[in-house]
Design a protein around this ligand. Structure first.
Ligand SMILES: Nc1ncnc2c1ncn2[C@@H]1O[C@H](COP(=O)(O)OP(=O)(O)OP(=O)(O)O)[C@@H](O)[C@H]1O
Ligand code: SF4
Ligand SMILES: [Mg+2]
Length: 326
């Protein structure tokens, strides 16, 4: 059953547009997806595509402009005050940069104990201490790490503390926003293994954000691909990697050299820059960069359409079988 159901979620920010004029930047544009308990949904896209904004709005750390979020069948977008604070415990966020989620002036055990006290999850110093030690063990840190300050730990160890702090809340869902991007390659693999182990032990659901499809494929059963705030393709990760249907997904996938008819034109896309969200035209947002663009693409807005079993893409040419097949 779905733990998280996001429907038509949008987030706009007012931005200066010269002089006294203000315009609205649509960072997330009518995004819908659902996530089953204990499963992982990957969110991929280039920098600025709206991944972090989507995660913050889905977890209700930020208010969305429109749309709804159901968590365990409760509408998060309608919750306020104490009801929202109580709910927060179930939904946690881990950032790319562990330094931003750890207070440099606090010992790391104090940082991990904080949410336990805040949500009243253990009573008394001894029980809290025991729980903190248990959490450190569960993320692969020993007693020698407990009394330290963040700067006395490596980047990988700091990220493990950030995961322990998230776990302290006993959440059901964790959004992992590029959790390994700031780490060395060798440390990345170990952290991904830890996250998978924790998921199977604790039945956690993950929203796993990355610009790297290879990392997402190692973690997520399903993936949504974002471009300028919109979802342009979604489906089971293996199917999407073996047969990407949207030209933008093809560009991401073809970064890994492959011998398929669409690989060469798609590869060239990665060299172009995305247009600004503010300068979007009427038709397909990807038209300025797409090697398969036609006049119809420039005038017709694209919405997700079925391109296979449980697989959708926002490209009429792909849906109507007009692109070279994967
Ligand atoms: N608080 C804000 N005010 C104004 N614009 C914002 C704000 N937060 C994000 N944006 C804009 O929204 C768009 C999406 O940003 P977001 O950080 O969600 O992208 P992202 O996919 O997470 O990028 P990255 O991979 O670099 O982390 C960008 O154009 C960004 O400049
Ligand atoms: S609708 Fe047209 S421009 Fe957009 S991705 Fe498809 S082929 Fe390219
Ligand atoms: Mg981001």
């Amino acid at each position: 059953m779905s733990l998280l159901v996001v429907s038509e979620l949008s987030k706009e920010y007012p931005v200066a547009a010269g002089g006294f004029r203000r315009r609205r930047l649509r960072a997330v544009d009518h995004v819908s997806f659902s996530l089953t308990g204990g499963a992982t949904l990957g969110i991929v896209g280039e920098s600025g595509s709206g991944k972090s904004t989507l995660a913050r709005c889905a977890l209700r750390l930020e208010r969305s402009s429109s749309g709804s979020v159901l968590f365990d069948q409760r509408n998060l977008t309608e919750l306020r005050g104490r009801a929202l604070r109580r709910m927060r415990r179930w939904l946690q966020l881990v950032f790319q940069d562990p330094a931003s989620s750890l207070n440099p002036r606090l010992r790391v055990d104090t940082t991990v104990a904080e949410p336990i006290r805040l949500h009243g999850l253990r009573e008394g110093t001894t029980a809290i201490r025991a729980r903190v030690e248990e959490l450190f063990r569960s993320v692969g840190l020993g007693p020698e790490h407990i009394g330290r300050y963040p700067h006395q730990l490596s980047g990988g160890q700091q990220q493990r503390v950030a995961v322990a702090r998230a776990l302290a809340c006993e959440p059901r869902l964790i959004a992992l926003d590029e959790p390994t991007s700031a780490l060395d390659v060798s440390v990345q693999a170990a952290l991904l293994t830890l996250l998978r182990d924790l998921q199977s032990r604790l039945g956690l659901a993950y929203l796993f954000i990355s610009h790297d499809l290879a990392v997402v494929s190692a973690m997520a059963q399903r993936v949504v691909v974002m471009y300028l705030g919109q979802v342009v393709e979604e489906g089971p990760t293996a199917r999407l990697l073996a047969g990407p249907r949207h030209p933008y997904t093809r560009a991401l996938v073809s970064a890994v050299p492959r011998d398929v008819p669409w690989a060469e034109p798609a590869r060239s896309l990665l060299t172009g820059e995305p247009t600004s969200t503010l300068e979007r035209g009427h038709g397909c947002l990807f038209a300025p960069r797409c090697p398969w663009v036609t006049i119809r693409c420039r005038t017709e807005p694209q919405t997700l359409r079925a391109v296979g079993t449980d697989h959708r893409a926002a490209c009429w040419r792909s849906a109507e079988g007009e692109l070279p097949s994967a």
